[in-house]
Design a protein. Structure first.
Lengths: 386, 354, 80
C-alpha cells in the first residue's frame, strides 16, 4: 500500500532508533505525550517502546473521542433508541462502551433498540431516505477530523429536506483538551506539567492546520511536533522533540508535511463554522467539565438537532471512585499505577474511559504491553518503563 | 375395478417458487421437496434407504472396532452467497474440517435444515447443489437429514446444521493440551480471507475487491501431514476469532506461551488493505479453509514440505514456536522489531473510526 | 488521530452531484465523497476518513519525509 508500507519499514526504524538513542542525553529524562489515540495505537501495535531508550517515556493522552465521551451522552443515545423508537446510527467504536443500567448500545440493540453501525454519515443519510416514516438519528462523536462529515450531512439533509434526519452532536475540540492537560491541578502542585512536549494529532491537523498549536508552544513553552500516523512518523517526531528540548526551543514543527499545512482545510473549517457553534462547557470523561471544548448545532439548523427535537437533557454520571483515568489522561499516573487495572477493570469490563476504547492508555497497555509488567514469568525480559 | 392412476404432480417451481408452511408439515409437499431437491442432489445408497435413520457399518481397524470422532456445527452465515462459496458448501467443509483436525478420516455426514417461509426455492436448490458438490468432491456422503419450516420472520432464510462422523487411525492422539515449549507452529496459508470476503458483501461496508472466501475441505491435507510420520501435537482450523483466538485457546489448554514472527505470517496484500480500511486486525479475522499445525520442532521442515506440496497448502509457513510462559501469552515480534501480545478477543471485532 | 488512510483517486465526478470519487487502497476500491476538497484529479492521493476525503497528499513532501528518516544523522528542525 503506497504511502503506508514505506512508513512502516523495519530497517529504517533501526536507523531512527539509533539516532534517537544518540540524541537523547543520558543524564536527562524525556517525557512526551502523544495526544492522539491513533498514535497510542501505533506505538502499542508496533512495539515502539522497545525501540526507545529507557530515558524517553511516552505518555498517552486523551485524544480518543470514545474514551472521553461521558456515560451520560451514551445514555442519551440509548434513550433515543429504546424510548423514542428512532433508528440510531453510530460508528462502530461506540457500540460496546458501557453506560448506565448495565447497558451499552450493543446491549440496547439486544433489547430491541434499532441501532445500526455505519461507516460514514453518508450511510446514515441513506437510511433516512430509505425510511421516511421513521426518525433517524446520527450519533456524532469525534474530534475535528470527524466533524466536517457531520456538518456536510446536516447541510445535505437541509438540501434534500430530509425531515426525519437529525444529529446527536458530541463533537469535541483538540486544543481545549490540550489546555486542560496543561492547566491541570498537578501543575499548581508541582509548578510544572510533567510533560516535555507533545506529538500533535495527525488527521485533526489536516483539518485545523498547524497554526492552532502555536499558542501552546508560545504560551506554555512546550514544543509540539505534528506527526503522521505511521510508526516511522512517530519515531521521527520523537527525534524532533528531543532535538527541541535539547536546544531549549518550543516551536511547532510539522513532520506530517505530506498532508498538513499551516492553515489546514479551509473549506472543511467553513462548513463546520456554518453548522456548529461552541458549547459554553462540556463534560469530558476523565477531565471533568472543560469550557468551550465542544460543539452544538446552531439554532439555524436546530431542526436537525436531536437534543432539541426529542427534548432530551444530559445527565452527568460519575465514574467509579477507584478509577484513575483523570490522572492517567493528564500523564501523571500510568495504567499500572491504578489499583483496579487488569483486575476489576479490563477491556471486557471497562470501568473508566482509558480502558473503554482499544486506543485508551489502559486498553493499549493491557492488550499489548502488560506482559512487560510481569517480570518473573519471562526470564530474559528486562524492565522497560512505558 | 378401474386402476387408480397416480395424479399428475407438478414439479417444484425452482424459478419463482417459495418455501411455504406445507413444506415442513410432513405431508406430500415435504416428500416432494425432499425427492426433487435434497435426494436428487445429495442422493446415495444410505439416503436412498428412505428411513428415519441411516444404517451404517461400524468401522473396523486391524480387526478391532475403531475409535470414532463425531462433530457438529451450526451455520447461520449471512449473506448466504458470498465470493468463493455459500452456506451450503461452508456447512459441509466446516464439519469435515472439525473431524479432520482430530486426525480422523471423515466417513459420513448428516444435515438438518431450518427454512423460513418465503425462502426462494431457486436459492435453496443452489445451496443444496453446492452442498452435494462439496460432499462428492470430498468423497463423504450425506446419509441422513431433516427439514423444518418456520413462519416468515422467524428465521434468517435458512439455517443448516451438519454433523460428521469419522474414524481415527491407531496411534493418532491429537489435542490442544499436548503442546510443549519449543514446538513449531505452522499455518497452511493466507489468513483473513473468509472474514473479509463476507464483510465486503455487507451493506454499509461494501467495497469492490476480488477477495474470495477460502472455504475448503482440509481432510486430505491433514492426511498428508499425518502421513509424514511427524510428531504432530495438535491440529486446528482457525474459524471465528481468527488465528489469534485459536492460538490463545491452545496456549491455555497446554499451559505454554507462544512467540510468533509477524513477518512470517502469510496475508494477501489485498486482505491487508481491506483490514486497514476497516480498522481490523487480520489475526482476528475468520478463516474457513486453513490449518494450524503444531509439531515437534525437528519435524517442522518435512511437515512444511508436505503442506506446500498440497494444493491447499502452497503458501504454508512456519510462523513461530511455543515457549515457556506461566502467563500463557501469545506474543508477536512485530515486523518493526518490537514486541506485543496478541490477546484474546474481547467480543466481536467491529470496524473502527479511530 | 482517527483512522484515516491515503488512497489513490481512480475516477472523479461520480454521484448524483458529481462530488464523489472512486478510490483505491491496495486493490480495495470504494466510492467516497470529495466535497471537502477542491480540484481533485485522477491520480491524486487523498486522506480518507469515514467516507470523506479530508486533504490531499503531497508526493514530494512524502519523498522528502522518507529521505529524512534514512539520513545518518539527526536532522535539525523542520518548521511548519
Amino acid at each position: 500500500m503506497k504511502y503506508i508500507d514505506e512508513f512502516r519499514d523495519g530497517a529504517v526504524a533501526q536507523t531512527l532508533a539509533g539516532k534517537i538513542a544518540a540524541l537523547a542525553r543520558p543524564q536527562r529524562n524525556y517525557s512526551f505525550m502523544e495526544f492522539c489515540g491513533g498514535h497510542t495505537h501505533a506505538i502499542s501495535r508496533y512495539g515502539l517502546t522497545d525501540l526507545l531508550p529507557p530515558n524517553v517515556r511516552m505518555v498517552h493522552g486523551p485524544g480518543c473521542p470514545v474514551c472521553v465521551l461521558p456515560i451520560g451522552r451514551i445514555d442519551m443515545a440509548i434513550d433515543l433508541a429504546l424510548n423514542h423508537g428512532v433508528i440510531l446510527c453510530s460508528y462502530g467504536d461506540t457500540l460496546r462502551v458501557p453506560a448506565s443500567n448495565g447497558l451499552s448500545l450493543l446491549k440496547a440493540k439486544a433489547q430491541g433498540g434499532d441501532i445500526r453501525m455505519v461507516y460514514s454519515t453518508l450511510d446514515a443519510l441513506q437510511i433516512a431516505r430509505d425510511n421516511p416514516q421513521r426518525n433517524v438519528v446520527f450519533f456524532g462523536i469525534g474530534f475535528e477530523t470527524t466533524t466536517p462529515p457531520t456538518a456536510l450531512a446536516i447541510l445535505q439533509a437541509v438540501k434534500e429536506n430530509l425531515q426525519n434526519f437529525s444529529v446527536l452532536c458530541c463533537h469535541v475540540l483538540t486544543p481545549a483538551a490540550i489546555t486542560q492537560i496543561l492547566e491541570s491541578p498537578e501543575v499548581r502542585q508541582w509548578g510544572t506539567v510533567p510533560i516535555d512536549g507533545f506529538i500533535g494529532p495527525a488527521h485533526v491537523s489536516t483539518v485545523i492546520g498547524s497554526r492552532p498549536y502555536e499558542f501552546f508552544a508560545e504560551e506554555y513553552r512546550k514544543p509540539v511536533v505534528i506527526a503522521g500516523f505511521e510508526p516511522l512518523d512517530v519515531m521521527q517526531a520523537i527525534l524532533m522533540l528531543i532535538a527541541q528540548v535539547n536546544d531549549g526551543r518550543a516551536e511547532v514543527e510539522n513532520e506530517f508535511s505530506r498532508a498538513v499545512s499551516r492553515d489546514g482545510n479551509q473549506k472543511a473549517q467553513d462548513r463546520v463554522a456554518e453548522v456548529f457553534e461552541l458549547r459554553r462547557e462540556f463534560e469530558w470523561r476523565g477531565l471533568s467539565v472543560v469550557p468551550y471544548s465542544a460543539l452544538k448545532i446552531r439554532e439555524k439548523y436546530g431542526a436537525f438537532d436531536a437534543e432539541r427535537r426529542f427534548n432530551i437533557d444530559y445527565q452527568s454520571v460519575p465514574d467509579n471512585k477507584a478509577c484513575e483515568c483523570g490522572a492517567i489522561l493528564r500523564g501523571v499516573k500510568r495504567p499500572q499505577d491504578c489499583k483496579i487495572f487488569g483486575t476489576v477493570c479490563t477491556p471486557e469490563n471497562p470501568i473508566g474511559s482509558c480502558m473503554v476504547s482499544s486506543e485508551g492508555a489502559c486498553a493499549a497497555h493491557y492488550s499489548y504491553g502488560r506482559y512487560k509488567d510481569m517480570k518473573p514469568a519471562l526470564k530474559e525480559e528486562e524492565t522497560r518503563h512505558e | 375395478m378401474s386402476e387408480v392412476k397416480r395424479g399428475y404432480v407438478r414439479p417444484l417451481d425452482l424459478k419463482h417458487g417459495r418455501v411455504d408452511m406445507t413444506h415442513g408439515a410432513g405431508g406430500r409437499a415435504m416428500v416432494q421437496l425432499i425427492a426433487e431437491l435434497f435426494a436428487k442432489h445429495l442422493g446415495n445408497a444410505y439416503l436412498g434407504q428412505g428411513n428415519d435413520g441411516a444404517v451404517l457399518p461400524a468401522p473396523v481397524l486391524n480387526g478391532r472396532p475403531a475409535r470414532l470422532v463425531m462433530s457438529t456445527d451450526c451455520h447461520v452465515v449471512s449473506p448466504l452467497f458470498f465470493p468463493g462459496g455459500d452456506i451450503g458448501c461452508l456447512s459441509v467443509h466446516g464439519t469435515l474440517n472439525d473431524v479432520a483436525v482430530m486426525g480422523a478420516k471423515p466417513l459420513y455426514l448428516a444435515a438438518g435444515f431450518i427454512l423460513e417461509e418465503g425462502f426462494a426455492l431457486g436459492d435453496l436448490a443452489r445451496i443444496v447443489e453446492s452442498m452435494a458438490r462439496a460432499a462428492r468432491d470430498a468423497g463423504v456422503p450425506v446419509v441422513t437429514g431433516d427439514t423444518k419450516v418456520v413462519e416468515r420472520g422467524k428465521g434468517d432464510g435458512i439455517f443448516i446444521t451438519t454433523t460428521g462422523v469419522g474414524v481415527l487411525p491407531d496411534g493418532v492422539e491429537l489435542g490442544g493440551a499436548r503442546v510443549r515449549a519449543g514446538d513449531a507452529i505452522l499455518v497452511s496459508g493466507t489468513l483473513g480471507d473468509h472474514g473479509v470476503a463476507i464483510m465486503s458483501q455487507r451493506e454499509n461496508l461494501s467495497f469492490d475487491a476480488v477477495i474470495q472466501s477460502d472455504t475448503a475441505a482440509l481432510h486430505t491435507l491433514v492426511a498428508d501431514v499425518l502421513a509424514t510420520g511427524a510428531d504432530v501435537r495438535c491440529l486446528r482450523d482457525p474459524t471465528r476469532g481468527g488465528l489469534a483466538s485459536t492460538l490463545n485457546e491452545i496456549a491455555t489448554q497446554s499451559g505454554v506461551g507462544m512467540m510468533l514472527q509477524e513477518k512470517a505470517i502469510p496475508i494477501q496484500p489485498v486482505v491487508a488493505a481491506a483490514c486497514e480500511f476497516l480498522g481490523l486486525d487480520p489475526l482476528y479475522v475468520a478463516n474457513e479453509g486453513k490449518l494450524i499445525v503444531i509439531c515437534a520442532d525437528a519435524d517442522a521442515p518435512r511437515v512444511l514440505a508436505a503442506m506446500q506440496a498440497h494444493p491447499l497448502g502452497r503458501q504454508a509457513a512456519l510462523i513461530g514456536h511455543a515457549i515457556e510462559d506461566a502467563h500463557h501469552f501469545v506474543q508477536l515480534t512485530t515486523a518493526f522489531g518490537g514486541r506485543r501480545i496478541v490477546d484474546w478477543l474481547a467480543g466481536e471485532q467491529l470496524p473502527r473510526i479511530c | 488521530m482517527c483512522l484515516a488512510l491515503p488512497v489513490k483517486v481512480l475516477q472523479v465526478g461520480l454521484g448524483s452531484d458529481g462530488q464523489c470519487a472512486l478510490v483505491d487502497l491496495g486493490g480495495i476500491q470504494k466510492e467516497i465523497s470529495v466535497e471537502l476538497l477542491d480540484d481533485v484529479r485522477v491520480g491524486d492521493y487523498v486522506i480518507l476518513h469515514v467516507g470523506y476525503a479530508l486533504s490531499k497528499l503531497d508526493p514530494e513532501e512524502a519523498e522528502r519525509t522518507l529521505a529524512l528518516f534514512s539520513e545518518m544523522h539527526a536532522q535539525t528542525s523542520v518548521v511548519a
